[in-house]
Design a protein around this ligand. Sequence first.
Ligand SMILES: Nc1ncnc2c1ncn2[C@@H]1O[C@H](COP(=O)(O)OP(=O)(O)O)[C@@H](O)[C@H]1O
Ligand SMILES: [Mg+2]
Length: 146
Amino acid sequence: MDQKFITNSTEETFSKGRQFAQSLLAGDVVALSGELGSGKTLFTQGIAVGLGVEDIVNSPTFKLIGEYDSTPLLYHFDFYRLESAEEAVALGIDYYFMGEGICVVEWADLFPQLMPDDAITVSIAAIGENKREFFVERRQAETAGG
Ligand SMILES: Nc1ncnc2c1ncn2[C@@H]1O[C@H](COP(=O)(O)OP(=O)(O)O)[C@@H](O)[C@H]1O
Ligand SMILES: [Mg+2]
């Protein structure tokens, strides 16, 4: 999947999420950023389906953590309503991030200090009514030693 791509519809964003899921490994953390309505939830739902989830429940905007019964397990976080980093720590966010599930975080940029250094970042920008620009960045694993 390209580092940069544009989608022209809701369906396309969903299917890009499904495709993106194929590149994810157990333990990965995905940091999503982009304004309200950019497509973070849709992209995440695509990821869930890509990981084998059949029933997509609603966005966890009113919940801090959503769990999907996929393989690997998918944890869907939304920092939009998080009031402090401490609140997330109290919910055990570090354990989710260190675990073997896949974590996807909407509004990750609101609390960058919570995100692991090796998170895969996906930045989404609305560049038209139905056009969204995606930018995916994977940090290269650093060489051990030295
Ligand atoms: N290319 C596109 N990709 C994603 N969403 C789109 C696109 N074009 C229009 N939309 C609309 O934008 C909104 C995205 O909503 P959502 O995924 O909930 O955004 P977010 O979680 O970033 O707030 C939906 O109403 C969707 O129909
Ligand atoms: Mg959302």
